[in-house]
Design a protein around this ligand. Sequence first.
Ligand code: BGC
Length: 855
Amino acid sequence: MANIFAPTDPTVTEREKRHMDTARRIAAEGMVLLENSGVLPMAADGRALAVFGSGVRHMVKGGTGSGDVNSRTVINVEQGLEDAGFTIATKPWLDRYDSACTENGARYMAQFKAVLQEQGWAGVNFALENPYRDPDVPEITAEDMACTDKALALYVIARTSGEGADRKLTGGDYYLSDREMDNLRTLTAYYDHTVVILNVGGVIDTAFLRQQKGIDAILLMSQPGCAAGYALADVLTGKVNPSGRLTATWAERYEDYPFAADFSHLSGNLDDSYYREGIYVGYRWFDSFGIRPAYPFGFGRSYTDFALDVMQTRISGQSIRVTVAVGNTGGRPGRETVQVYVSQPQGRLDKPCQVLAGFAKTGLLQPGQQETVEVTFAIPSLASYDEARAAYVLEQGVYFVRVGTHSRSTRIAAALELNEEVVTWQLRNKAVCDCAMDVARADPARFYTYPAEAAEKIAAPRLKIIPATISTHTAEYGAEAPLLHTEKTDTITLADVAAGRATLEELTAQLTVAEMAELTVGTERGGLGSVSTVGAASRSVPGAAGDTSTVLSESRGITNLVLADGPAGLRLSKVFVSDGQGNVIPGLGESSFGNLFELMGIPAAQRPENAVDHYQYCTAIPIATMLAQTWDMAAIASAGDLVGAEMEALGVDIWLAPGMNIHRNPLCGRNFEYYSEDPLLTGLCAAADTRGVQRHRGRGTAIKHFACNNQEDNRTHNNAHCTERALREIYLKGFEIAVKTAQPLTLMTSYNLVNGVHAANHRELLTDILRCEWGFTGLVMTDWGTTDPGQGQCKYGCSDAALCIRAGNDLTMPGAQADVERIAAAVGHELTLAELQACALRVLTLALLRYNAEK
Ligand code: BGC
């Protein structure tokens, strides 16, 4: 009998209402105003408003796959505008698009059903590889516009994407479709003003939008979760002044991204990805190679204006403190984000034009009001990784501190002089590139500059960094795991450990290999051959992604832990059914993956007479990119707090989020689940999200996917070839920041290989770097099904459950009988008993934490 937490009363709870308000507030803060001729904000004055586009009714609240969240309601654009008092006069056009979507959806489902019935569970991949997409929009006719007010039209462009497939460089995805452009031509010819709203999870091409006369405003609405329509109306009407700032560079042309033609399917090689841009990712590339972006990193407009005044830059111990006065010089209340970048000196190591070093967002400033913010960062954070010395070094020279409101508006604020090189961290190389590869090296002659820069550099206040004040650390790599042993023969229970009568090490020492092999594998024993494994393998909380073992439940009182997805909220089934005795009846209610069972022709379970319905309505918060666009760590922590509260209420222990891979290329199908192209911003966001969740005792996050999960096509078998410098400075850095500043309870490895080794089996990444260098004390788990050999032949094979244990990857998820057997059989040959004990101990540590929290 499971412990069922979900209530049986379907009434909207106070918690849901509160959480909806929080989601709305954060969503409005995360929208980015890209253009505005003054047409926004607009009044809800009862005029017959023209609202067109794919995202009005068929708005995308967040992407697809495990990152989708099953909320009770979603306020779309239409509803949000109507609730705010607008009158939408384009219903016939919206109805036409509705019909097109219904027909298209039915065609797709018929095709999916045929594949499922032919291939069984394997057919699920069809949906991942060929995700459903709404059709192109209908034409806008003179008749559609005739009954609307000519002053203004809104046009909402929606895009979606999700795990398992990268985005396409085609109309209707990265580009506007021909019909979308025709429609916008029609609108701009007819209406006085046209406002374009982007309901997208990542970058799209904006060339047409920027060039077309008559488009007077562009608002990146992003994918805001269940309160989307409300939040959009708040921003359009000026109830909230947009203060979101971009967290990725929006290029003028796709080709401007580094090695753009080599990404994923475009290269024709899905087995190998060559990270030839090295450390030059995002704005580091654009700013260093003199490429003008359409909208730079950190950019966003406001309905008011701000003036920045750098008051002081000072050195305090090992930190730099920059004090900036921000004044609201416009006519509306608003918030501004001060961004501080640093240009490191060129030396033996090449450096990007500038890197983000810190930032601070003001509170709501009234017109005329001023606030002084302080941006602080550690001097060692400016060090670069030198592979030749296996060390982080601060090279000698001048470090210019720059202050601005986006990467292309920075002005020199100070010059920090360092007269000798300082090694900040002596390490060992742990993940060198596995192939010969030419890697980009920037030439300072091509760096972004502006006319006053040279003079500013001369005039800048000069501060001396005293080398002796910067400490040097040397990493220590642990010895082999110690063998745990106990003389105690009475069975030790978790209660004994909690009461201090025994230690967890002693309990672990009593376990058999068979028990530990069970403990270190999730409970889904059908392997990937079972349809329930696809992101919803939990037996105790329906729709959760998986459970840990109950093998020690009777003997030692250790119940399973429940793991559920994110990052845009808590992903569970909305409704499930129990027999009234605490037993879930599988196959009834609503699966978190829709009606898969029905489509596969699996007959629904009989509903017993005493059956009881349970409700798990969770809040869909804004996608991770949008959270990051707030640049407000308190807001992100409140999103985490909201999720933590729902975990507590519904019996979930670990949230499989936040996702924190770097936006390496805009076509990555999962960028929406990740924060940014910048590692500092990524790390700080993940830390804030984690702190919010972990405010709730016994609940934790799983930062994922460690590491280099930057491509979705062939994500399970792709080999990311990357220099160790780029790995450490770009792809691992965010994880490092999150681990060091927020200690997430768990971490999930990625599917792909990193320099020839499956991330799940990468001992150097998981033990040497993560635990020894960074001090991670939590549990590591695999991504779902990474040990599954799949069907086809692939160049790099799959990861291995025994090698997971050897690497320090404690939990193979969602589990398969083959994994258990493989681990048990490897002990004494490929694995030591001590290594298995170390992993089992970390699973038990989490169980103890939860046990103590519940007491
Ligand atoms: C995804 C993970 C997710 C897991 C469980 C995988 O397909 O890559 O991000 O947490 O499924 O649903």
